[in-house]
Design a binder for this molecule. Structure first.
Ligand SMILES: *Cc1c(COP(=O)(O)O)cnc(C)c1O
Length: 435
């Protein structure tokens, strides 16, 4: 048997047992060694965890709001549901058969933010309604939110958000439609047309010569200094992520409706453009709960902004042997006498992301043009990222075949490219991308 006492890994155990750490951690380890009751506490509370019940509630919330959203955003043929079609991408010799989850065409905001950002906004509208005594009952309870008296009361409140463009655009648009104040902090990335459109709607647009992370800090501080202001925090919000997670069930129903089965012999590969990770993370949470490991979730980032790539690349959640910590794995509870946690369990709860593909801007632009020319899809560069990942990813799997298969039946996968925004791009903006 390996002599753990002599193993270099013990250096880590010295660290955990007290030196340089909090007294609490050292104490806990000492208690374990004495066989006493001990407690490990998560440094960041697990209070943030998402549950399936939360996801079901998010779907129900979207349903409750559908009639009022339809009234606020009249669009012919729209029933008020925040849902996008699942389309066939035309067959191409260099690609597997692709399906497109067309969130670029989502109603109201033309981007995937209509799910996450708008969901959190709807949560806040419900909270304000309760606080302001706006009564929501009758046949169409939420209709009350669109009347003048309710709007006047909603107008006493505002939403503050930081964005690179789409989140602020989406939240500003919908907040103003409800009569809420909107203060949108834009990082230097934001496009002029989004800011102009928001200003026309009566939103306050605050421009920062700063990146997104810095803009979030400034917006958070600005919100804290105002009465009745609610800050939508793209970096930490559960409600935001839950809105995205609700999309998984929608996709599952659409696949089932087409007779596309997902299972051990037919995995589902989903290509998800990733910024901070809320949108692809929420969708991944939902898909993994529906399909388990038969859903393979590939995040796609621009090489220059590969934030998730570098974060996951840093992570080494290696299961540790208790002997490394001076524990002997001898217990009366023989069924529990395991010295090391399951790597799979760690992988499933800690690492739902199967892969991150980072692609260059040239590939994004290429796919904006190709998706338009081949399929008439009006995508912004971010939204085309999924397409750009398919070939490099499948080529990597083919080279790697047998070594570390992501799924034993990856060659028979259904491929879904999630297109995340662009249908509202003004003509001249879109044309400039095509030229
Ligand atoms: C916001 C956004 C994403 C990614 O969402 P994150 O939550 O930031 O990861 C992808 N594509 C488009 C077009 C977006 O607007």
């Amino acid at each position: 048997m390996k002599d753990y006492a002599a193993s270099p890994a013990l250096a880590a155990s010295a660290e955990l047992s007290g030196a340089g750490r909090t007294a609490g951690e050292g104490d806990a380890l000492a208690r374990l060694r004495r066989g006493e009751t001990a407690i490990w506490r998560r440094p960041v509370p697990a209070w943030d965890a998402l549950t399936l019940a939360d996801v079901a509630e998010a779907r129900a919330r979207f349903r409750r709001f559908a009639p009022v959203l339809r009234r606020l955003f009249p669009q012919s043929g729209w029933d008020g549901s925040v849902a996008s079609p699942l389309l066939d991408y035309p067959a191409a010799a260099d690609l597997p058969r692709l399906l497109v989850k067309a969130d670029h065409a989502l109603p109201m905001t033309g981007s995937i933010k209509a799910r996450g950002g708008v969901h959190e906004l709807l949560c806040q509208v419900e909270r304000i309604a309760a606080a302001e005594g706006i009564v929501l009952d009758g046949d169409d309870p939420y209709a009350a939110l669109a009347n003048d008296a309710a709007r006047e009361r909603l107008g006493r409140h505002s939403i503050v958000v930081a964005s690179t463009g789409n989140l602020g655009f989406s939240i500003g648009l919908v907040a103003r439609a409800f009569g809420l104040g909107a203060e949108i902090h834009m990082s230097h990335d934001a496009k002029a047309w989004k800011k102009e459109r928001l200003r026309r709607l009566g939103a306050r647009v605050v421009e920062h010569a700063a990146d997104f992370t810095e803009t979030v800090e400034r917006a958070r501080a600005a919100a804290a200094a105002q009465p009745n202001a609610y800050f939508v925090d793209d970096e930490t919000s559960r409600e935001l992520m839950l809105g995205y997670a609700a999309a998984a069930q929608e996709l599952a129903e659409q696949l089932a409706g087409r007779g596309v089965e997902t299972g051990p012999r037919r995995p589902l590969f989903v290509y998800l453009p990733c910024g901070v990770g809320g949108a692809p993370g929420g969708v991944t949470f939902g898909l993994k709960h529906l399909f388990g490991r038969d859903a393979v979730c590939v995040f796609v980032e621009p090489t220059a902004s590969a934030a998730m790539f570098v974060a996951l690349g840093q992570e080494h959640p290696v299961p540790r042997h208790v002997a490394e910590f001076g524990l002997d794995n001898r217990t009366i509870a023989d069924g529990l006498a395991v010295p090391r946690a399951s790597p799979l369990a760690l992988a499933v709860v800690g690492r739902l992301v199967d892969a991150v593909v980072a692609v260059g801007d040239d590939a994004l632009l290429h796919w904006v043009r190709r998706a338009w020319n081949e399929a008439g899809l009006r995508l912004e560069p971010a939204a085309a990222a999924g397409f750009a990942a398919v070939q490099p990813w499948l080529q990597a799997l083919a080279r790697d075949d047998g070594a570390a298969p992501v799924h034993p039946h990856w060659r028979d996968a259904t491929h879904v490219v999630w297109t995340t925004g662009g249908s509202l791009l003004p003509d001249e903006e879109f044309q400039a991308l095509l030229d």
